[in-house]
Every structure is written in C-alpha cells, then in structure tokens.
Design a protein around this ligand. Structure first.
Ligand code: RIB
Ligand code: CA
Length: 316
C-alpha cells in the first residue's frame, strides 16, 4: 500500500478525492489536514469529517490547519461549493472531533515517523498551500519523510479564479511560491496536477445514478449530481479526485518537466503559475530572470476515462 496524506479545503471535489483516498485498497490514508479555502476552516473540517464517516473511515486523524492565507485576506468559493462547502445537500454532518494537534504538527509527526521507518509518504495538497508552506519552513527535516508531492493547483493554460490564476494558488500565492522553492531546495519530487487536466476526468450523470448501496456510493452520487447541476452539464469532473487517481495509477497521467515560478505581483496575473515551456538547451542567457531553480512535473494530459472508471469502482 502507498502511504498518503491529503491536505484539503473540502469542497465538493475535495470530497470526491477523500472518498477515493479513504477507500482505495492500494492507498494507506495516514492523515488528512485542513486549510481554509473553498469555505471557512470550520466548514472545511466538518465536511472532511463527514466525508470520512461516509467512507467508513472514522479512524483517519483529521487536523485543523491555517484558517487564512499567509499574507492576503481570505477569499472563498461558496458560489461553486454551496454555503456549507458540500453543496448544501441533505446529508447528516459528522459529530467526530479533530486530532488535538495543529495540521502542521500532525504532518510533522507523521512524516518524521515515515522518515524513521523508510516508508515514505506521498503528500497530496488539494487546497491553498498555506499548511504545506508552514510545514516546510518550520520543520524542513520532515521533508525526509516525503516520497513526493502531487498537488492540485496552477495551470500552464488559463486559470479559473482569474483569467491568469487557478484558485488554490491564487488564494495563497506566497505559500505556493514557498512550497515550490522549498521542494526544490529539499529535493522533494513535485507534480503539478493543474487545470490543464483537472476538467478531463468526467463522471456522467448516468454513471453517477448507478451508485447506490452504501453511504459512500450515495454521497458520491450526490456529489456528482450537485456538480453537474452547478456546471449545468450531464456529468461532472471529479476535480481534485483526479490528483488522487494520478497517485494510484501514474501511468494514466502525462507529465513534462518544466521550470515553474509563481507570479507574486502583477495587475492581472497575481497567483499565476508561470510554466516555462521554452527549450533551455537553446541559448536563453539573454533572459534576465534566468532559469527557475525549481523544476516541476507538469501534468499535460490525462486518461480521463480510466480515472473516472477507477473512481466509480472505488467509491461504490
Ligand atoms: O481550482 C480548482 C481548485 O478549486 C480545487 O482544489 C477545487 O477544490 C476548487 O474549488
Ligand atoms: Ca480543493
């Protein structure tokens, strides 16, 4: 089994990711940490616990993390995820409590243990990268427990929160810049599962309506129905869930190594992931910015059908 930790801002599509990670037989879900993002931290935590209950995984520790971005005011996406972040669907909320540790401390402890045993962890951030930036700068030694980071965020092409920027990176650009810099310095292999592939793992309404017989299946059906309604389609992407699919079955994802920087200023471009697709074997010494110190495996294509089938089979 592959040990993983999810960092989430649950969120309808974070919920799709949690169901998959909690139930897939090849994943060992060690912990889930929460950050404010799509909705406020209290709602994120409640939604996360609720989804794990539905998945039959009350054993997974869940920790509260950063409520707000490092520098800028919080901006949420209730228009995409509903007032409560879970689409305001009729579903009983969890009464379970969280781990007493802050998210950064839970991450530190689980990663240090992984470093000691050698069973290294894949970290899957699906939220603004606030918790992960704090972790890597406060406890850099914990990175020894990381096998890799596979994060949902950014885009080589267009954004969603703005024309330039994807929501997670746009919400906390300083955190994203710190994570990419620290991952480069600490030698942590990093994959960017961005908007270039995010929308391509689609579950149809017909497929979703076939989901029944367990709490997990019922919730999964409601999530797809709600996302289909919001996007006015006859199906919906599992969004963040695709990043978990990529960890389970990396051969379904095409990636290319590109230098990536985060735009931290700009009138219209703050929070953009600047993916440098130029040929650096040519003479680019005239570029005053030079080569970005951090190279990221950028997802450029995905086998959406395969991943959607994996998700359906697992959540049901
Ligand atoms: O931009 C995509 C991201 O924002 C995802 O992490 C998802 O939760 C969405 O709301
Ligand atoms: Ca998310």
């Amino acid at each position: 089994m592959k040990p993983v930790i999810l960092d989430v801002d649950t969120g309808l599509d974070d919920a799709c990711a949690l169901l998959l990670a909690a139930r897939h037989p090849e994943l060992d879900l060690k912990a889930v940490t929460c950050a404010g993002g799509n909705v406020g931290l209290d709602d994120v935590v409640r939604n996360t616990l609720t989804v794990l209950d539905a998945a039959g995984r009350p054993d997974v520790p869940v920790a509260r993390g950063a409520a707000v971005p490092l520098l800028q005011p919080v901006r949420m996406a209730r228009h995409v995820h509903g007032e409560d972040g879970l689409g305001d669907i009729d579903w009983p909320r969890s009464t379970r409590t969280t781990d007493p540790r802050h998210a950064v401390e839970l991450l530190r402890d689980v990663l240090r243990e992984a470093a000691a045993t050698g069973d290294l962890i894949t970290l899957i951030p699906l939220a603004p990268l606030t918790n992960i930036a704090l972790l890597l700068r406060t406890y850099p030694d914990a990175a020894a427990g990381l096998r890799e980071i596979v994060f949902m965020g950014g885009a080589a092409g267009i954004g969603n929160a703005t024309a330039s920027a994807e929501f997670n990176v746009w919400t906390d650009p300083e955190a994203a810049a710190i994570v990419l810099t620290a991952a480069g310095e600490l030698g942590v292999p990093t994959t960017m599962y961005g908007l270039d592939v995010f929308y391509d793992v689609v579950v149809t309404l017909d497929q979703a309506r076939g989901l029944s017989g367990s709490q997990s299946a019922e919730l999964a059906r409601k999530l797809i129905e709600k996302r289909s309604e919001l996007y006015q389609g006859d199906g919906a992407s599992i969004g963040d869930g695709g990043a978990v699919c990529a960890v389970i079955d990396p051969s379904g994802l095409t990636t290319q190594p590109f230098p990536v920087r985060i735009e931290l200023s700009g009138s219209w471009s703050r929070g953009r992931t600047i993916v440098d697709t130029r040929d650096w074997s040519a003479d680019l010494t005239s570029d005053p910015h030079g080569l970005s110190p951090t190279t990221v495996q950028v997802a450029t294509a995905v086998d959406g059908k395969r991943y959607a089938e994996m998700w359906l089979a697992t959540v049901s």
